[in-house]
Design a protein around this ligand. Sequence first.
Ligand code: 5RP
Length: 233
Amino acid sequence: MSPDDLKKLAAARALELVRPGMRLGLGTGSTAKHFVDLLGERVAKGLDVICVSTSEVTEAQARGLGIPMSTLEETPELDLTIDGADEVDSSLRLIKGGGAALLREKIVASASARMVVIADDSKLVPQLGRFPLPIEVVPFGLEVTRRAVLAAIAAAGASGDLVLRRKPDGSVLLTDGGHYILDAHLCAIAEPEALSAALASIPGVVEHGLFLGLATAAILAAGAGLTILGDLE
Ligand code: 5RP
Protein backbone atom coordinates (compact mmCIF):
# COMPACT_ATOMS: atom_id res chain seq x y z
CA MET A 1 0.00 0.00 0.00
CA SER A 2 1.22 3.52 -0.77
CA PRO A 3 1.48 6.13 2.00
CA ASP A 4 -1.57 7.79 0.47
CA ASP A 5 -3.56 4.53 0.63
CA LEU A 6 -2.65 4.29 4.33
CA LYS A 7 -3.84 7.85 4.97
CA LYS A 8 -7.14 7.00 3.28
CA LEU A 9 -7.48 3.85 5.37
CA ALA A 10 -7.11 5.85 8.59
CA ALA A 11 -9.58 8.45 7.30
CA ALA A 12 -12.14 5.74 6.46
CA ARG A 13 -11.91 4.32 10.01
CA ALA A 14 -12.43 7.81 11.43
CA LEU A 15 -15.55 8.24 9.30
CA GLU A 16 -17.11 5.33 11.22
CA LEU A 17 -17.03 7.54 14.35
CA VAL A 18 -19.33 10.12 12.77
CA ARG A 19 -22.99 10.03 13.85
CA PRO A 20 -25.94 11.99 12.47
CA GLY A 21 -26.31 15.40 14.10
CA MET A 22 -22.66 15.67 15.13
CA ARG A 23 -20.75 18.94 15.22
CA LEU A 24 -17.38 18.20 13.63
CA GLY A 25 -14.00 19.90 13.43
CA LEU A 26 -12.27 19.31 10.10
CA GLY A 27 -8.48 19.20 10.08
CA THR A 28 -5.93 20.28 7.51
CA GLY A 29 -3.37 18.36 5.46
CA SER A 30 -3.31 15.45 3.04
CA THR A 31 -4.75 12.92 5.51
CA ALA A 32 -7.53 15.21 6.72
CA LYS A 33 -8.30 15.93 3.06
CA HIS A 34 -9.18 12.24 2.58
CA PHE A 35 -11.50 12.41 5.57
CA VAL A 36 -13.26 15.48 4.17
CA ASP A 37 -13.65 13.75 0.78
CA LEU A 38 -15.21 10.68 2.42
CA LEU A 39 -17.42 12.84 4.62
CA GLY A 40 -18.58 14.72 1.54
CA GLU A 41 -19.70 11.43 -0.01
CA ARG A 42 -21.74 10.62 3.11
CA VAL A 43 -23.27 14.11 3.22
CA ALA A 44 -24.27 13.76 -0.44
CA LYS A 45 -26.17 10.61 0.60
CA GLY A 46 -28.03 12.48 3.33
CA LEU A 47 -25.82 12.48 6.45
CA ASP A 48 -26.71 15.47 8.64
CA VAL A 49 -23.65 17.11 10.28
CA ILE A 50 -22.39 20.63 10.84
CA CYS A 51 -18.67 21.34 10.52
CA VAL A 52 -16.02 23.90 11.42
CA SER A 53 -12.78 23.97 9.42
CA THR A 54 -9.21 24.53 10.60
CA SER A 55 -8.00 26.40 7.50
CA GLU A 56 -9.12 28.28 4.43
CA VAL A 57 -8.01 25.31 2.29
CA THR A 58 -10.21 22.85 4.18
CA GLU A 59 -13.07 25.35 4.25
CA ALA A 60 -12.97 25.62 0.44
CA GLN A 61 -12.73 21.84 0.01
CA ALA A 62 -15.66 21.17 2.36
CA ARG A 63 -17.88 23.86 0.83
CA GLY A 64 -17.08 22.51 -2.63
CA LEU A 65 -18.35 19.10 -1.52
CA GLY A 66 -21.57 20.58 -0.15
CA ILE A 67 -20.71 19.90 3.52
CA PRO A 68 -22.68 22.27 5.80
CA MET A 69 -20.16 24.66 7.37
CA SER A 70 -20.33 26.78 10.49
CA THR A 71 -17.97 28.92 12.57
CA LEU A 72 -16.83 28.71 16.18
CA GLU A 73 -18.91 31.86 16.83
CA GLU A 74 -22.10 30.02 15.81
CA THR A 75 -20.96 26.57 17.01
CA PRO A 76 -18.48 26.99 19.87
CA GLU A 77 -18.79 23.40 21.14
CA LEU A 78 -17.82 20.52 18.87
CA ASP A 79 -18.35 16.79 19.39
CA LEU A 80 -15.41 15.45 17.42
CA THR A 81 -12.42 16.79 15.51
CA ILE A 82 -10.57 14.63 12.99
CA ASP A 83 -7.12 15.89 12.04
CA GLY A 84 -3.72 14.71 10.88
CA ALA A 85 -0.41 15.16 12.67
CA ASP A 86 3.27 15.43 11.87
CA GLU A 87 4.29 13.33 14.87
CA VAL A 88 2.44 11.34 17.54
CA ASP A 89 3.97 9.72 20.60
CA SER A 90 2.55 6.85 22.64
CA SER A 91 1.04 9.35 25.14
CA LEU A 92 -0.93 11.04 22.32
CA ARG A 93 1.28 14.11 22.41
CA LEU A 94 1.57 15.64 18.95
CA ILE A 95 3.57 17.93 16.74
CA LYS A 96 1.30 19.70 14.25
CA GLY A 97 1.59 22.64 11.90
CA GLY A 98 3.46 21.20 8.95
CA GLY A 99 0.62 22.62 6.88
CA ALA A 100 0.84 25.98 8.69
CA ALA A 101 -2.64 25.61 10.21
CA LEU A 102 -1.59 24.99 13.83
CA LEU A 103 -3.34 28.00 15.36
CA ARG A 104 -6.82 27.23 14.04
CA GLU A 105 -6.17 23.50 14.49
CA LYS A 106 -5.44 24.01 18.18
CA ILE A 107 -8.41 26.30 18.74
CA VAL A 108 -10.77 23.85 17.00
CA ALA A 109 -9.31 20.86 18.89
CA SER A 110 -9.69 22.68 22.21
CA ALA A 111 -13.35 23.41 21.39
CA SER A 112 -13.95 19.73 20.72
CA ALA A 113 -14.96 17.03 23.22
CA ARG A 114 -12.81 14.51 21.31
CA MET A 115 -9.91 14.88 18.91
CA VAL A 116 -8.97 11.83 16.86
CA VAL A 117 -5.70 11.90 14.93
CA ILE A 118 -5.49 10.09 11.61
CA ALA A 119 -2.11 9.22 10.08
CA ASP A 120 0.02 6.56 8.52
CA ASP A 121 2.13 4.84 11.14
CA SER A 122 5.35 6.60 10.08
CA LYS A 123 4.06 9.49 12.24
CA LEU A 124 4.34 7.41 15.44
CA VAL A 125 7.63 8.29 17.16
CA PRO A 126 9.30 7.23 20.42
CA GLN A 127 10.14 10.87 21.17
CA LEU A 128 8.79 14.11 19.66
CA GLY A 129 11.12 16.48 17.85
CA ARG A 130 12.49 14.88 14.72
CA PHE A 131 9.91 16.89 12.76
CA PRO A 132 10.74 20.61 13.03
CA LEU A 133 8.45 22.23 15.60
CA PRO A 134 6.36 25.02 14.00
CA ILE A 135 6.08 28.18 16.10
CA GLU A 136 3.62 30.83 14.85
CA VAL A 137 4.78 34.39 15.59
CA VAL A 138 3.60 37.90 14.84
CA PRO A 139 5.72 39.73 12.21
CA PHE A 140 6.21 42.75 14.51
CA GLY A 141 9.42 42.41 16.51
CA LEU A 142 10.45 39.19 14.78
CA GLU A 143 14.10 39.37 15.89
CA VAL A 144 13.11 39.97 19.53
CA THR A 145 10.73 37.02 19.41
CA ARG A 146 13.32 34.84 17.65
CA ARG A 147 15.85 35.45 20.44
CA ALA A 148 13.26 34.77 23.13
CA VAL A 149 12.27 31.53 21.41
CA LEU A 150 15.91 30.40 21.28
CA ALA A 151 16.27 31.18 25.00
CA ALA A 152 13.08 29.23 25.79
CA ILE A 153 14.33 26.25 23.80
CA ALA A 154 17.63 26.29 25.69
CA ALA A 155 15.84 26.63 29.04
CA ALA A 156 13.77 23.54 28.18
CA GLY A 157 16.98 21.58 27.59
CA ALA A 158 16.81 21.52 23.78
CA SER A 159 18.80 23.18 21.03
CA GLY A 160 18.71 23.70 17.28
CA ASP A 161 18.18 26.10 14.41
CA LEU A 162 15.16 28.34 13.93
CA VAL A 163 14.17 28.77 10.30
CA LEU A 164 11.65 31.30 9.04
CA ARG A 165 9.23 29.35 6.84
CA ARG A 166 9.10 30.42 3.20
CA LYS A 167 6.95 29.48 0.24
CA PRO A 168 8.49 27.64 -2.75
CA ASP A 169 8.88 31.02 -4.54
CA GLY A 170 11.10 32.26 -1.69
CA SER A 171 8.65 34.72 -0.16
CA VAL A 172 7.90 34.49 3.56
CA LEU A 173 4.92 32.25 4.27
CA LEU A 174 1.95 33.95 5.91
CA THR A 175 -0.52 31.81 7.87
CA ASP A 176 -4.30 32.17 7.55
CA GLY A 177 -4.03 34.56 10.50
CA GLY A 178 -1.37 36.72 8.80
CA HIS A 179 1.51 35.48 10.97
CA TYR A 180 4.96 34.01 10.29
CA ILE A 181 6.16 30.53 11.22
CA LEU A 182 9.54 29.76 12.75
CA ASP A 183 10.41 26.07 12.38
CA ALA A 184 12.56 24.83 15.26
CA HIS A 185 14.89 22.02 14.15
CA LEU A 186 15.44 20.36 17.50
CA CYS A 187 15.84 16.64 16.63
CA ALA A 188 14.53 15.69 20.09
CA ILE A 189 12.20 17.31 22.63
CA ALA A 190 12.92 15.65 25.98
CA GLU A 191 10.41 17.75 27.92
CA PRO A 192 7.48 18.80 25.71
CA GLU A 193 5.47 20.25 28.63
CA ALA A 194 8.35 22.48 29.74
CA LEU A 195 8.98 23.70 26.20
CA SER A 196 5.27 24.30 25.62
CA ALA A 197 4.98 26.44 28.75
CA ALA A 198 8.16 28.39 27.95
CA LEU A 199 7.07 29.15 24.38
CA ALA A 200 3.55 30.13 25.45
CA SER A 201 4.96 32.80 27.78
CA ILE A 202 6.69 34.75 24.96
CA PRO A 203 4.68 37.83 23.88
CA GLY A 204 5.35 37.51 20.14
CA VAL A 205 4.48 33.80 20.01
CA VAL A 206 0.90 33.32 18.88
CA GLU A 207 0.90 29.52 19.18
CA HIS A 208 3.18 26.52 18.78
CA GLY A 209 2.75 23.07 17.30
CA LEU A 210 3.00 21.00 20.49
CA PHE A 211 -0.50 19.61 21.08
CA LEU A 212 -0.45 18.24 24.62
CA GLY A 213 -3.53 16.75 26.28
CA LEU A 214 -5.74 17.47 23.26
CA ALA A 215 -5.84 14.23 21.25
CA THR A 216 -8.10 11.56 22.75
CA ALA A 217 -7.21 8.86 20.23
CA ALA A 218 -5.13 8.15 17.14
CA ILE A 219 -5.80 5.87 14.19
CA LEU A 220 -2.48 4.84 12.66
CA ALA A 221 -2.51 2.89 9.43
CA ALA A 222 0.17 0.42 8.32
CA GLY A 223 0.27 -2.30 5.69
CA ALA A 224 -0.55 -4.85 8.39
CA GLY A 225 -3.64 -2.95 9.55
CA LEU A 226 -4.71 -0.22 11.95
CA THR A 227 -3.22 0.59 15.33
CA ILE A 228 -5.46 2.51 17.73
CA LEU A 229 -4.01 4.62 20.54
CA GLY A 230 -6.35 5.94 23.21
CA ASP A 231 -10.12 5.66 23.27
CA LEU A 232 -12.00 6.08 19.99
CA GLU A 233 -15.50 6.43 21.49
C1 5RP B 1 -1.35 21.08 9.22
C2 5RP B 1 -1.08 19.88 10.03
C3 5RP B 1 -1.27 18.56 9.38
O1 5RP B 1 -2.27 17.88 10.05
C4 5RP B 1 0.02 17.80 9.44
O2 5RP B 1 1.02 18.58 8.79
C5 5RP B 1 -0.10 16.44 8.78
O3 5RP B 1 -0.29 16.59 7.41
P1 5RP B 1 -0.39 15.35 6.43
O4 5RP B 1 -1.65 14.63 6.75
O5 5RP B 1 -0.39 15.97 5.06
O6 5RP B 1 0.83 14.49 6.66
O7 5RP B 1 -0.73 19.94 11.18
O8 5RP B 1 -1.01 22.25 9.90
